[in-house]
Design a protein around this ligand. Structure first.
Ligand code: NAD
Length: 335
């Protein structure tokens, strides 16, 4: 059985990826266990699995894991990921997203067996876009927040290691994900939790910021495709082509709550709050490369998936799935 390392596997995307991969592969999950991590995110019946509570900055540990398991692939999803937190305190973002990547690269460089690094990055590295423009893989990076700058720096370090040391890596840049297992401080779970708590829904600025939205399991399918067929040294954009502004998302979620006959009337109203500093207005990806060269397709229906996501969160809300309920960093509630 092939062995894969997933770093950050207790987080949102990493756990969804592990739950898919574990059906065919042995998975080694390395996660430092932060506020965003949850062991319940992992399939309770998982068999081919080993978890290590470790920081990717521990190079000796990573080197020993490589020697012990001889994995063929490392998916790197270990990162600090919330833009608001990066604005309030960038240091951890530098540590995980830049120095952590550097450590992984050094561990791989000193390991002389065949291995492929799939590094998961974001569309935010391309920066704010003009109307109708879609970022292409060859575009230069133009990050705006400490989060996106830290991700961009990690990507650039990888590109340099590919060229200079021939480290076999591939970078993926994905748009905004939604679906189960996401800690409720990002936009979609925040809206859902605010409705469930009968609170007003805080939205930055005028709510006109546009993002492209992908269902998390489609993103995971794309990552598996990149692991199987992605060409070393290449970048692949991963997008759905579905773009919505924040007000449109809130309205959609409220209308779904009404349609599914949630047992309380939706009382929540939109509350426009002071905008995030440096807030990019628009991201959008040109994903034709992964579609044409790797034959990946976005399969999900947005409305159906957002429906399922809402139902998942309603269930988890009732069962106290997210133990720390002081979601201090939800939009407009920074401390
Ligand atoms: P998340 O915040 O839900 O999970 C990240 C996980 O990484 C957490 O469990 C955390 O404990 C772990 N981690 C952080 N630093 C670590 C370190 N130094 N060592 C070990 N573990 C560490 O994040 P997510 O949304 O699942 O994002 C995963 C990756 O995907 C990130 O690289 C992010 O930049 C990228 N990405 C996310 C999105 C999105 O919409 N969520 C979109 C594009 C790209």
């Amino acid at each position: 059985m092939r062995k894969f390392i997933v770093t950050g596997g207790l987080g949102f995307i990493g756990s969804n990826l592990i739950n898919i991969l574990q059906k065919k592969y042995f998975i080694i999950n390395i996660d430092k266990v932060s506020y965003a991590s949850n062991h319940n995110n992992i399939d309770p019946y998982i068999k081919n699995y080993k978890f290590y509570k470790q920081d990717i900055n521990n190079k000796i540990f990573i080197q020993n894991i490589l020697k012990k398991y001889k994995p063929s692939i490392i998916f790197n999803l270990a990162a600090e990921t919330h833009v608001d937190r990066s604005i309030d305190g960038p240091r951890q973002f530098i540590e995980s997203n830049i120095i952590g990547v550097f450590n992984l690269l050094e561990a791989i460089r000193s390991y002389n067996k065949k291995i492929k690094l799939i590094h998961v990055s974001t569309d935010e590295v391309y920066g704010d876009l003009k109307k109708n423009y879609k970022s292409k893989e060859e575009d230069s990076y133009n990050p705006s927040s400490p989060y996106s700058a830290s991700k961009a720096s990690g990507d650039l370090l990888i590109k340099s290691y590919i060229r200079t040391y021939k480290v076999p890596a591939v970078i993926t840049n994905c748009c905004n994900n939604f679906g189960p297992n996401q800690y409720p401080e990002k936009l979609i779970p925040t809206i859902i939790y605010k409705i469930l708590n009968k609170e007003s829904i805080p939205i930055y600025g005028k709510g006109e910021n546009i993002r492209e939205w992908i269902y998390v399991k489609d993103h995971c399918d794309a990552l598996i495709k990149v692991a199987e067929k992605g060409v070393i040294g290449e970048n692949y954009n991963i997008g759905s082509g579905i773009t919505l502004n924040n007000i449109q998302i809130v309205k959609k979620i409220i209308s779904i709550f009404k349609n599914i006959n949630y047992d309380r009337k939706v009382k929540s109203k939109i509350l426009l709050v002071k905008d995030r500093p440096g807030h990019d207005l628009r991201y959008c990806l040109n994903s034709s490369k992964i579609r044409n060269e790797l034959k990946w397709k976005y399969k999900s229906n947005f409305d159906q998936r957002i429906n399922e996501t809402i139902i998942w969160y309603i269930d988890k809300f009732r069962n106290n799935y997210f133990k720390n309920k002081n979601f201090k960093y939800r939009i407009g509630q920074k401390t």
